[in-house]
Design a protein around this ligand. Structure first.
Ligand code: LHQ
Length: 264
């Protein structure tokens, strides 16, 4: 276990559990937390013993987006370049999450606001505690939805709901988020971590290459036509068919036993 303060990282049973850890600020992002999360995601890319990721928050919140205390306008000075902040911190993290060919499970343990909500929506399988809520808080401070939110919301819930959520910045409860397909499941607060951990461990003992290719395919679907997509499925299935896990899966089926996948 390494505790680099702003992100607590534990690797257990193939699951890299990352806990955003600034609970007194509802785990809002400062520069240190940005860099720590990115370093952990880069590690997850490279380290073959990491076969799934579980992202959650410490304390009563999941993440309240950017730390607004970092740039106090009352102090005067030059106006900040927030485009630079996105380019330097958020966008590389969002791209890493999307390109990571290992499943990212998210356990939203409490309020997820601003970029915090959109980072949760960028995960692959999202559980939220029933008491959690998602707030597109940006319009309250004159900003636009970032961290991929204007893209993912429009695609997942459609324009009418995406516009209402972002323009009004009203809280969306976990049950409603599940009904709208923004997250996988809303679960009782007490069951959140055990359910999310069970799912992450199941994925971590799965055929990692095949799961990663599946993630790649699902993500590519909206941006290409069926013809191109069928070609992509062919190419990905070719890769999957060469894995040890495919051979093990079929052998286990024929021998009527549970498969033991190694992620190779
Ligand atoms: C916070 C924060 C916070 C600092 C709670 N910062 N301290 C990208 C590019 C560059 C710049 C700008 O941003 C972005 C992306 C973004 O994410 S913009 C959106 C930023 N986030 C927000 O606007 C949300 C601000 N927070 C809230 O509206 C509320 O805190 C929520 C609704 C999340 C929770 O409300 P409550 O449950 O009532 O908690 P609270 O407001 O009392 O917060 C608890 C503490 O956490 C409190 O500190 P204190 O010392 O008074 O106990 C807050 O000041 C602190 N905190 N969010 N983003």
């Amino acid at each position: 276990m390494t505790d680099n303060q702003t992100v607590i990282s534990v690797l257990e049973n193939g699951v890299l559990r990352l806990t955003l850890n600034r609970p007194d600020k509802l785990n809002s992002f400062n520069e240190d937390m940005h860099l720590a999360l990115r370093a952990e995601l880069e590690r997850a890319h490279k380290d073959t013993s990491v076969r799934a990721i579980l992202l959650t928050g410490a304390g009563r919140g999941f993440c309240a987006g950017q730390d607004l205390g970092d740039r106090d306008p009352r102090k005067g000075g030059e106006k900040p370049d927030l485009g630079h902040t996105l380019e330097t911190f958020y966008n590389p993290t969002l791209r890493l999450m999307r390109d990571l060919e290992k499943p990212i499970v998210c356990a939203v343990n409490g309020v997820a606001a601003g970029a915090g909500a959109n980072i949760a929506f960028a995960c692959d399988i999202v559980f939220a505690a029933k008491s959690a809520k998602f707030i597109q808080a940006f319009s309250k401070i004159g900003l636009i939805p970032d961290a991929g939110g204007s893209w993912s919301l429009a695609r997942i819930v459609g324009e009418p709901r995406a516009k209402a959520l972002t323009l009004l910045a009203e809280p969306l409860l976990a049950d409603q988020a599940a009904d709208w397909g923004l997250i996988w499941k809303a679960v009782g607060d007490d069951a959140l971590m055990s359910e999310a951990t069970k799912t992450a461990e199941k994925l971590a003992s799965g055929p990692t290459v095949g799961l990663g290719l599946t993630k790649r395919l699902i993500q590519a679907a909206a941006s290409q036509d069926l013809d191109s997509h069928l070609d992509m499925e062919r190419d990905c299935q070719r890769i999957a068919g060469h894995t040890e896990d495919y051979a093990e899966g079929v052998t286990a089926f024929l021998e009527k036993r549970a498969a033991v996948f190694k992620g190779e």
